[in-house]
Design a protein around this ligand. Sequence first.
Ligand code: PLP
Length: 350
Amino acid sequence: MISESMKALTAGSSVIRAMFEEGKKMADIYGKENVYDFSLGNPSVNPPSVIKDAINTILDNEDPKTVHGYMNNAGFEDVREKIAASLNERFLTHFNGSNILMTVGAAGGLNVIFRTLLNPEDEVVVFTPYFGEYRNYAANYGAVLVAAGTDKETFLPDIEDLERKISEKTRILLINTPNNPTGVVYSKRVLEDIADVLRNKSKEYGAPIYLVSDEPYRELVYDGVEVPYVTGIYENTIVGYSYSKSLSLPGERIGYLVLPDELDGAEEIKAAANVANRILGFVNAPSLMQKVIGECLDASVDTGIYDANRKLLYESLISYGYTCVRPQGAFYLFVKTFDVDDREFTKAAK
Ligand code: PLP
């Protein structure tokens, strides 16, 4: 017998996963070449060749007991130092290795920080529409996801609604920019407005509200749009990063959390996150991939391919009469259906 909570979760399993399974079935019937699978966020671009080179070099030259061994639960010190230095160079921050905790992708990082900060019944506020797994990650710790609105035309945060949705139970505001599924990128101005609300509400309720910035799409942006680094805008910011999309490595499960010294209770949070990484069963992020990342910090994928797809899909759909915000980042389109009932529309389209 499975647990009550898993019964509900299994029954209501992800719609996106269901689409993926259906795509596989349709490929069997109609041929793989005739089915375009736009379900899971699997990058269509290959990882840069330096990844394979780094894997080979590390395996050929480094001590296998180190490369494949356990280490500090937060990750290899040398890799964390290199990531901190790279962030400092790019975003004029002042992190060191102790501010970086290597994680099992963004999903692992979010679970670590939720486990670290949330008590049962605490609330995590998130702007709609959002990555569906957030609800499950909050529920893992008995916390509740609260949706705050966005402007229906631009999908930018509705700041007044944010003020209304924050309560004394709010511990975290979770943002995701560039956004899945809208492709919207928050400007510095938008982030400053969010920071003002969080500062005021933290003061009103006498407890810090942490801003968790989920950033797996940071590098996938177009038309030269800037993605501000949020730790410089709001002091209680934790960044969750992942190489799943930026280096096309989703199956390798590698990312990190940034836990700045400016956080309220920074030392306690760093120590607790370390333990959370261990006791959630991750123990540490994949060791070989940590080493690979340490050697490939300047690597990138060809975002021109995503940009060409974006333009073709966006411009075509608009010419057919659909409405959709023009994505500035990530690789999604959030298209309004002609029919008010999106499920009926999807059925008909299929
Ligand atoms: N956050 C968002 C917004 C995502 O879209 C995804 C994956 O698609 C994740 C987190 C999880 O990414 P990872 O593979 O790094 O765990």
